[in-house]
Design a protein around this ligand. Structure first.
Ligand SMILES: [Zn+2]
Length: 337
């Protein structure tokens, strides 16, 4: 019997980035309501705790954490599309704490795997800068927590339609955290070209698959089979953190991809088979029913179901894969060779 941990909290709704903002509190409310309305066998819920200063400052500059904390209880605009409301700082610390807690529960074996249903999202947040709806980099904070708990190697798989600039930058000089991203390119935030492969000791440990618009389940299947899963196999992570955004869905109003629930479930299953110690963190996804359906499909996979990719990635996906493989030929350690 699978034992899949789900973490969420009503306090995530209290982060309000402003009227009409796509990253609305309705996102988390819709996802959680759908899971509670018809619970999935093999799942259980926990309430999160706040991230500690040490956990946040393992990733973020002390001055940045102090700056965010000063906005507790107030409204603030941090960049053109990132704002804080009176409940935002609490929600952000809770989202980061939930990510750490999920790692701890999975590392200890009390849960087989986990899905953190939190907001605000995290993968655009840099060491000392909020951007792209993100305040704290939850995936990076969770990865540091995994290393602290005893993991030797952590992989971050980022299938959000946007490149996770913050996560890449935080780990690009390291060889103990592998960052894998498939994203629309060129697109917000502008980073994530195939030739961004990491720096210094981390050369070869950042893998970007930069895709044109309109890629679907079979195209993502080609990326996973030809790039992500072989790299995970060679890197042999102790824990995988997924930056699970669902804005590559065909119905998403921001992304321009054509992924369906089946594709997300197949991505989740591929990663789960590569490394069973798996924690999914919610990132983007802005069509409410597509988001709820895709999250549910992934939770079913975490609880033991499996889905396959349709075969036949198209020529644009194949070209992107070749560009990624080509860029890695100059890596110190080529995980794609
Ligand atoms: Zn996104």
């Amino acid at each position: 019997m699978s034992h899949t941990l789900l973490i969420s909290d009503p306090r995530f709704i209290e982060h309000d980035p402003g009227p009409g903002h796509p990253e609305s509190s309705a996102r988390i409310a819709t996802v959680v309501a759908a899971l509670e309305r018809s619970p999935l066998a093999g799942t259980f819920w926990m309430t999160p705790r706040l991230a500690t200063d040490d956990e946040m400052m393992a990733v973020h500059a002390r001055s940045y954490v102090v700056q965010l904390a000063a906005h507790q209880g107030t409204n603030a605009r941090l960049d053109p599309d990132t704002a804080m409301s009176p409940g935002s700082w609490h929600a952000a610390r809770l989202a980061a704490g939930a990510a750490v807690q999920a790692v701890e529960e999975v590392w200890s074996g009390r849960a087989n795997n986990a899905f953190v249903l939190a907001r605000p999202p995290g993968h655009h947040a840099e060491a000392a800068r909020a951007m792209g709806f993100c305040l704290l980099n939850n995936a990076a904070i969770a990865s540091e927590a995994a290393l602290r708990a005893g993991a030797s190697r952590v992989a971050i798989v980022d299938w959000d339609v946007h490149h996770g600039n913050g996560t890449q930058h935080l780990f690009e000089k390291r060889n103990d955290v592998l960052y894998l991203s498939a994203h629309q390119f060129p697109f917000y935030p502008g980073t994530g070209a195939a030739d961004e492969i990491g720096r210094d000791a981390g050369t070869g440990f950042t893998i970007n698959c930069a895709l044109p618009p309109s890629q679907g389940d079979a195209d993502y299947g080609a990326v996973f089979h030809d790039v992500f899963l072989p790299a995970l196999d060679r890197f042999a992570p102790d824990v995988v953190i997924v930056s699970a955004g669902f804005d590559a869905h065909a119905r998403d109003p921001l992304g321009e991809m054509r992924v369906t629930e089946r594709g997300f479930a197949a991505m989740c299953g591929g990663v789960a088979d590569a490394c069973p110690r798996l924690v999914l963190l919610l990132e983007g996804g802005y069509d409410l029913s597509a988001l709820a359906g895709s999250v549910r499909a992934c939770v079913q996979v975490l609880a033991g179901a499996r889905e396959t990719f349709p075969s036949g990635g198209g020529p644009q996906a194949v070209a992107a894969i070749l560009a990624t493989r080509g860029a890695h030929e100059r890596a110190t350690r080529n995980l794609l060779a």
